[in-house]
Design a protein around this ligand. Sequence first.
Ligand code: MG
Ligand code: ZN
Length: 372
Amino acid sequence: MQMHLFTNQKLILFLLTLLLACSTPQQVIYSPTGEIRKAKNVILMIGDGMGLSQISAGIYTNKRPMNIERFRIIGLQKTHSKDNLITDSSASATAMARGVKADNATFGSTLEQKAPKSILEIAEESEYATGITVTSSITHATPAAFVTYQPYRTMHENIATDYLLLNIDYLVGGGKKYFDRRNNDERNLISEMQTKGYQVKTYLDGDMSDLAIDRSRRFAYFTADGEPITHNAGRDYFIYACEFGAQFLKNLRKEGFVFVIEGSQIDWGGHSNIGPMVIDETLEFDQAVGRMLDFAERDGETLVIVTADHETGGFSIVQEDTKGDLIIGFNTKTHTATAVPVFAYGPGAEIFAGFYDNTEIHDKILRAMQLR
Ligand code: MG
Ligand code: ZN
C-alpha cells in the first residue's frame, strides 16, 4: 500500500515536472532533484529609483510590450537601510553588493571596520571576468558600492583610486575627471590603468561602437568627464555597451562572468519630479534588459536579475489625459520605502521569487553561482 502510494507520488511529480517544462520552454524551473542549476554568468541590472509604478508607466507608454514583461519569476525586496527607513543608493547597493545593511551615504565601511567583500570582488578572486556599465559616473554611489571601501559616497576621487585596487575587466561610464584631473593629488589614474594593462578610451576618442577594441585585454571607456547627459539629450552608448560587454566578458574568461549594469538616471528624473524623463530612462533601461535577456536565452548559462535599489519620487500614475497620455503625480523629491520588484531569468532564477531583504540579493547570487 505504501509502495503503491510512493509510486503514485513519483508519477505525479514526474507529470508536474513535465507540465512545468512544457509551460516554460526556455527553462526548467526546478530540476528533478530539487537543486538549482548553476549560473555560470550573472548579469545584475539595477534601475536606480525604478519602482513598480515607474515600470507600469513604461508599460502603458510603450508602443509594444516591455522586455521586463518577458520575465516569469518575480520577487520583491525590502530596501530600508541600517539607519533609516528611507534608504539612499549607496546603502541599498551595498546591501546587494556586500550582503550587509549600511547607513545612508555610506558603503558599510567605517574608519575602524571594513565592509565584507562584494560579489564583484568574490567573482574576481574566483577567476571570473567582471564588468560594470552605468549611465552615471562609475564613481557614483551604485557602482561604487561594488568596488570601494571609502566611508562616504561623496568621495568621488577616493572611490576612483579604489578602482585601481581591483581588476574589473570591463568598465563603461562617466567620471573621467575623477581619474585624470584630480584636486586631491597629482595622480593620473588613467595612465596608471594603462600601466596595469588596461586599454582606456574616452568619449573624446569617438563613439564606443566605432572603436577597435582588443578583446583579449581589460577595457575601460569613459563616457563623460563628469556625469553623462540624459538619454533624451542624446546619451546613446548604454545599450551597445551592455550588449558588447556581455559578449566581451564571456569571451575573456572560461570560468564565467559577473556583470553589474545600472540605469542610473531613472532616479534623477524622480528627484526632479519630471515624469517624461523617468519614463524615457526606464524605457532605455528596458531595451538593455531585452538585449541581456536575448544574450541569456542564447547562452543558456546566464542568470539575469533586474531590480531597483529603491523607489524615487513617490511616483504614481494618477490618470490619463484626453490624448491618452499618462498624468504622473509625485509625493516627494527623495526616495520612498516601498518594496521594489526583482525579476529573474536563467539558472538559479527560482530562488529570487518571494519577499525578502535587499541583503539577500547578494546571498542568492552567490548561491546561484555556487560560490557559497
Ligand atoms: Mg545610482
Ligand atoms: Zn536618488
